[in-house]
Design a protein around this ligand. Structure first.
Ligand SMILES: Nc1nc2c(c(=O)[nH]1)N[C@H]1C(S)=C(S)[C@@H](COP(=O)(O)OP(=O)(O)OC[C@H]3O[C@@H](n4cnc5c(=O)[nH]c(N)nc54)[C@H](O)[C@@H]3O)O[C@H]1N2
Ligand SMILES: Nc1nc2c(c(=O)[nH]1)N[C@H]1C(S)=C(S)[C@@H](COP(=O)(O)OP(=O)(O)OC[C@H]3O[C@@H](n4cnc5c(=O)[nH]c(N)nc54)[C@H](O)[C@@H]3O)O[C@H]1N2
Ligand code: SF4
Ligand SMILES: [Mo]
Length: 798
């Protein structure tokens, strides 16, 4: 334990208790205070830590210590325990910290590859050799191929202020920069699409749901994906309890959020939400339930009269819905029923409910947009609040996930990256193989018209996207194995993950309780705004170093140590970051108080915000960041992209959001060979691949394939049977769970299990049960994003 923390231990409790004793009883050295002192001696010392894995939340952990070991982990016991004053309590993953910290899979020493890449054979080396080898390869790559050929891999596993990917960005920027990416594996499609409609991604507070009469969400599985005691899942529960709106979940799966007490589940075929929206729109229009005044005043392109002057006749939204547009198809409930699998009457009553119940709060999770037509889906869902005029008012939302009030934390400064070239985050495997052919019009390149170099070196720290979390693992494996393509790979992690197998040099990082750091809220904290100290609890157990220290040593080897540190130690950077944050959040206490006292919540940092409320009040004074300043149902910018980009056969970009049947979804001729739609959902047992190797969590949340009884019966499968799940890209072997919680024609499994290919009868079978053995490298049309929920498979008994 570090010196400047020891005072946070039992002493703090002691002082409190003895102050209480003397204040209450008016004397100091009494039998009572002796008893108190004795009790305090028995209080085990603890230090504060925080879980900084990317679930979007950051929970407090208290590490109880004995003999230099963490012996128990508890969680936040500060704040209140109510809907308004939430304890930021860790979920079962955060509480498994000891199993992670003391896992046999911990990376212990720096190592170099000795076998084939991907084979997983390594040999221990000294830190000196590791640092020199990485520095030399950085130098060689930049000299030989330029900074554009050096790629920083997407990774989300280490979300603290100083000891994180920021240290690596800082180092790489000092080297002249690296090839950047845009977008994320989380929200590539909605992140690309929403700004065409709204100029941004406006959203309302979860608390607004309490002011709604109707809550409709498309795949917003908050109970699972926002599971912190302080997170949006609990805030949703509070809002539903408070306001008692009718709540409806549209999702192929009866997920845990519905199970936790929503009113209705409407199962839908994956990737077909836009068709459902169009049929609802058809009903809204025909029953006079659209808010025509709102559409006229605030929007572009609902009908002919607000279309841009140069738009083609019939290209407005209303014409498209009523069958007067180019395709001539009326988007009736009967039409949508065949596509979505939702009965006609269910569609009609949903439309009526939405058309006649106000306020109506519409949101979406990010599962619906992680599809091959995800840009269309996300914009289509936004059409519902737009058509209903349910925007910018109390109890409404603009169609995205609920808003988030993270404090504006100042992280370790990274410096500037002078490299202009930016690739879509999902396309790095393409950039290894054919980077030089990638252009703005074919592959979404930004910053340059085309890439000058293929990727030649990758640095990956705090991520498992080299193989596990990217797509088509068997194809990616082949690309990475070829050392003539990407010549050098550095992986820094604290666990021997599947991605580590592809490293040329492996660098062992410490874990949260092994260094000092700070955590601040993430993207799923909702209205909980907090900042949490992370105290070093124990020494690193083997020969590990912090990312910050590793980067400092590499900078030193490159003659850039002073520029890297600016004269500060890692701990001094922490204090600096906190003090800079405090300038923006003056409610926060002084550094010393923060560091001693533990988690700080800032109540009412922002409260009850409603997306686009200023725009709704005065659209002239508060225009949107779209070219027209209005909501663009018809986007001229998208129209131009559709005309100029070169898209593969079947991909559609369109000015108005619409349902586009696409590859490997219902209706694809490939369904003859692979009749089941398949995707991987985010579940309780892991955050992506992190926590996968913890026995408690695997026992609680085994990796099984959810299959409807009708599909199981048709294949002669019983609950618990071992099955093969396969398509042309790969095969998984895993048990089947036969359950009506998944609709017929669709199978689903938890994403993130560790890719473990084995040769079975001359074929590669992933016995690790990783969904990405089945997913495709083909990107979505506009974002060039990851359509990892779009897959067709067949299943048979193993
Ligand atoms: N426990 C846990 N929490 C997490 C994570 C985790 O791994 N585990 N990951 C975190 C991260 S980084 C992110 S980005 C978020 C991810 O959060 P999301 O992207 O929202 O999570 P998913 O599970 O992919 O999808 C949410 C729901 O959408 C449904 N769904 C899938 N396809 C469709 C579709 O086509 N239409 C409709 N209507 N529904 C569909 C799924 O069945 C699921 O119930 O979660 C965060 N929180
Ligand atoms: N098929 C499919 N694939 C998906 C998704 C999906 O829904 N379906 N979801 C996608 C999404 S939304 C995301 S965000 C990505 C997430 O993909 P990743 O960002 O790769 O997330 P993780 O798998 O959690 O990997 C985090 C890694 O960080 C490591 N780590 C943890 N702490 C530290 C530390 O202190 N130091 C270092 N150096 N390393 C540390 C962990 O051991 C782990 O290997 O996956 C994407 N992939
Ligand atoms: S909810 Fe997220 S941040 Fe909190 S303990 Fe669980 S995994 Fe960690
Ligand atoms: Mo994500």
């Amino acid at each position: 334990m570090s010196d400047f923390l020891s005072s946070t231990l039992g002493r703090r409790n002691f002082l409190r208790l003895s102050a209480y004793a003397s204040a209450t009883f008016g004397f100091s050295l009494s039998p009572i205070s002796h008893a108190v002192a004795q009790a305090v001696k028995e209080i085990e010392p603890f230090v504060w830590n925080a879980c900084v894995i990317n679930c979007g939340q950051r929970c407090s952990q208290r590490c109880f210590l004995k003999d230099g070991q963490v012996i128990r982990v508890e969680t936040d016991n500060t704040a209140g325990d109510s809907c308004d004053h939430r304890q930021i309590r860790a979920c079962l993953r955060g509480r498994s910290l000891r199993q992670r910290l003391y896992s046999p899979d911990r990376l212990k020493y720096p190592m170099k590859r000795v076998g084939e890449r991907g084979e997983g054979k390594f040999e221990r080396i000294t830190w000196d050799e590791a640092i020199k080898t990485v520095a030399q390869n950085l130098k060689n790559t930049v000299e030989k191929y330029g900074n554009e050929s050096l790629y920083w891999q997407y990774c989300s596993g280490q979300q603290s202020l100083v000891n994180s990917r920021r240290a690596w960005w800082r180092l790489l920027n000092l080297m002249g920069g690296y090839l950047k990416y845009y977008g994320s594996y989380s929200t590539a499609q909605i992140g690309a699409a929403f700004p065409y409609t709204y100029g941004a991604r406006p959203a309302s507070d979860v608390g607004e749901i309490a002011n709604a009469k109707l809550y409709v969400t498309f795949g917003g599985n908050s109970a699972v994906t926002r599971g912190s005691g302080g997170g949006k899942g609990y805030q949703l529960e509070c809002a539903l309890e408070r306001g008692k709106p009718k709540s409806i979940m549209i999702d192929p799966m009866y997920n845990d959020t519905v199970a936790a007490g929503m009113d209705q589940w409407i199962p839908i075929r994956p990737g077909t939400d836009a068709a459902l929206v169009e049929a609802i729109a058809y009903e809204l229009i025909n029953n006079g339930w659209v808010d025509q005044d709102f559409l006229d005043k605030y929007c572009i392109g609902y009908d002919e009269k607000t279309l841009p002057a140069d738009a083609k006749k019939g290209s407005d939204y209303k014409s498209h819905i009523l069958g007067k547009g180019p395709d001539g198809i009326a988007k009736t409930p009967e039409w949508a029923s065949k596509i979505t699998g939702i009965p006609v009457n269910t569609i009609k009553s949903l439309a009526k409910e939405m058309g006649t119940t106000k306020p109506c709060f519409v949101s979406q999770g990010w599962g619906p947009q992680r599809q091959a037509n995800g840009e269309q889906t996300s914009r289509a869902i936004a059409m519902l609040p737009i058509l209903l005029g349910q925007i910018g008012l109390s109890g409404t939302n603009c169609g995205d996930a609920e808003a988030n009030y993270t404090l504006p934390a100042v992280y370790l400064p990274t410096g500037k990256n002078p490299v202009k070239a930016t690739i879509p985050v999902f396309m790095w495997t393409d950039a290894i193989v054919r980077g030089k052919d990638m252009t703005d019009l074919t592959d979404g390149m930004r910053g340059v018209k085309k890439l000058d170099h293929n990727i030649k070196m990758i640095v990956n720290s705090g991520g498992n996207t080299m193989i596990n979390q990217h797509a088509d693992s068997n194809a990616t494996d082949k690309i990475l194995k070829d050392t003539s393509k990407c010549e050098f790979i550095v992986v820094c992690d604290n666990m021997m993950t599947p991605s580590c197998r592809y490293a040329d040099i492996l660098l062992p990082d410490v874990m949260g309780p092994e260094t000092n750091d700070i955590a601040c809220g993430g993207s799923s904290n909702g209205a909980t705004s907090s900042i949490l100290p992370m105290h070093k609890a124990v020494e690193p157990q083997w020969d590990q170093k912090t990312s910050y220290e590793i980067c400092r040593l590499i900078a030193k080897e490159l003659g850039k140590e002073e520029e890297f540190t600016e004269g500060r130690t890692q701990d001094q950077w922490l204090e600096w970051c906190y003090n800079e944050t405090r300038k923006k959040v003056p409610q926060l206490p002084e550094w010393e108080v923060f560091w001693k006292e533990g988690p700080q919540q800032v109540y009412d940092w922002k409260k009850n915000t409603v997306g686009l409320s200023a725009f709704r009040k005065d659209p002239q004074a508060n225009p949107l960041k779209t070219p027209s300043g209005k909501i663009e149902i018809y986007s001229d910018r998208l129209n131009k992209i559709a005309e100029t980009w070169k898209l593969p056969e079947g991909d559609v970009i369109s000015a108005i959001p619409k349902y586009c049947a696409t590859w490997e979804q219902a209706g694809d001729p490939l369904t003859k060979k692979y009749p089941l739609q398949c995707y991987g959902f985010h579940h309780h047992g892991r955050i992506h691949s992190t926590f996968h190797n913890l026995p408690w969590l695997r026992e609680q949340h085994p990796d099984v394939l959810f299959m409807n009884p009708l599909d199981a019966q048709a294949r002669g499968l019983k609950n618990g049977d071992m099955v093969l799940v396969f398509n042309d890209r790969g095969t998984l072997e895993m048990p089947v769970k036969v359950t009506s919680r998944i609709m017929p024609g669709v199978v689903t499994l938890p994403q993130g299990a560790w890719y473990t290919p084995k040769q079975v009868g001359g074929k590669s079978v992933d016995v690790g049960r990783n969904i990405n053995t089945l997913t495709s490298l083909r990107p979505s049309p506009l974002a060039k994003g990851n359509p990892q929920h779009t897959n067709l498979v067949e299943v048979r008994k193993a």
